[in-house]
Write a protein that binds this ligand. Structure first.
Ligand code: TXA
Ligand code: MG
Length: 355
């Protein structure tokens, strides 16, 4: 199959790209679309044959459920049954964060296909804020199933060219909306009524909506703490992935380059092997951190040079991982970033990439 890439740089081009995308969605085909987080591989979430094409194009196991993206907020009741005990909390969250990079796990509506939810009684729901995605979803008028537009287990694409790298020849259309503004996948939470008045938010995947942002509306419960990286290198790698039944797709190894990646806790943990070629993924190229002077690195790539901005690091992370993966080194060595704010999501992805 030939993959067409359509630009959206002018209103006319955008209109034509939207028309083509909506036409394909209505015909039960898949299309790659930009969202504010990462590019998604979209299909009509209410058409099982179309949903099956997502799994096929990505080589994704059927056990891994998909997120449904709504055409508008009121559509929530078409795909989910919000329990009375948490309807207030859901209302506050959607008011505060939708449209935007927050995915809610809710009891599914009977009309949602088990193919979308991998047979579970819950469904993941989000409302994208990206102007192109939201326009196309509104025009399509249905729930859009869309996982990240990469082959299974690989790095999520944050540009149209990265989608092409992943899915060229497997899908008919990519709508090019430029680079994604968040650069990391949406935050995923499951909401439970709290013991007292505050609801509990189980953080299944940290993302652009940070713990601090959520805290205002409820008690944030983090996934089980990972072992420090020092132990990870000595023993079998582990990740803070929630139990498989909690978030099935959040496998310990995910978001991974083909080149082995090792996340260090401290520069002392690195003893280079003679003859091997290493590249460094640096946070801010701070000589005081002690990583730059370790080794004659084949290449040093920096997430946020200078002061170090977590938002910049998040936007660049997947782009930079792809760049490092093309070098053909034996191993990528990653320096940790602070786990404050967005840093929690960045470290989560680095841990999975190193698994
Ligand atoms: O930002 C995003 O969320 C992007 C854009 C395209 O919207 N989408 C995305 O989808 O990251 P995906 O499929 O790559 O990741 C969604 C994650 C998977 O790990 C999946 O297992 C989990 O959400 N998930 C989906 N439905 C679930 C459910 N009912 N219960 C628990 N986890 C669920
Ligand atoms: Mg994904």
């Amino acid at each position: 199959m030939e993959t067409t890439l359509l630009p959206t740089d002018t209103p006319e081009l955008a209109k034509e790209a939207n028309r083509r995308a909506v036409d394909l969605l209505h015909r039960g085909e898949v299309v790659a679309l930009p969202t504010e987080t990462v590019y998604g591989l979209a299909a009509n979430g209410e058409n099982e044959d179309a949903v099956a094409k997502i799994f096929a194009a990505k080589d994704r196991p059927k056990e891994d459920p998909l997120i449904l993206h709504l055409p508008h907020a009121e559509y929530l009741s078409e795909v989910a049954e919000v329990p009375e005990e948490i309807s207030g909390a859901i209302g506050q969250l959607t008011q505060a964060f939708w449209p935007g990079p927050l995915t809610l796990i809710l009891p599914k509506h009977p009309r949602v296909s088990p193919l979308v939810t991998a047979g579970r009684d819950t469904v993941a729901v989000r409302l994208s804020a990206h102007p192109i995605f939201s326009k196309i979803a509104r025009l399509a008028g249905c729930a859009i199933a869309a996982p990240s537009a990469n082959r299974f287990g690989r790095i999520s694409p944050t540009s149209a060219s990265a989608v092409l790298e992943e899915l060229s020849g497997r899908i008919p259309l990519i709508v090019d909306g430029g680079a994604c503004s968040c650069g990391l996948e949406s935050t995923i939470i499951r909401v439970e009524p709290g013991a007292k008045t505050k609801p509990h938010f189980h953080l299944l995947r940290p993302g652009p909506i940070t713990r601090d942002a959520l805290k205002e509306w409820g008690k944030v419960i983090l996934p089980k703490k990972a072992k420090p990286a020092r132990e990870q290198t000595a023993n079998a790698p582990e990740s803070p992935a929630p139990a498989p039944q909690e978030a099935p797709g959040l496998f310990a190894s995910h978001y991974a380059p083909a080149t082995p990646l090792r996340l260090l806790a401290s520069p002392d943990d690195f003893q280079p092997e003679p003859g091997k070629r290493y590249a460094l993924l640096s946070y801010k190229e701070d000589p005081k951190a002690g990583y730059l002077s370790l080794h004659p690195w084949e290449e040093v790539v920096t997430l946020s040079p200078g002061a170090g901005k977590l938002a910049e690091a998040a936007v660049r992370l997947y782009f930079v991982l792809r760049q490092l993966d093309r070098l053909g080194v034996d191993e990528i060595i990653a320096e940790p970033v602070s786990e404050a704010g967005l840093g929690l999501a960045i470290m989560d992805r680095l841990r999975r990439a190193s698994s």
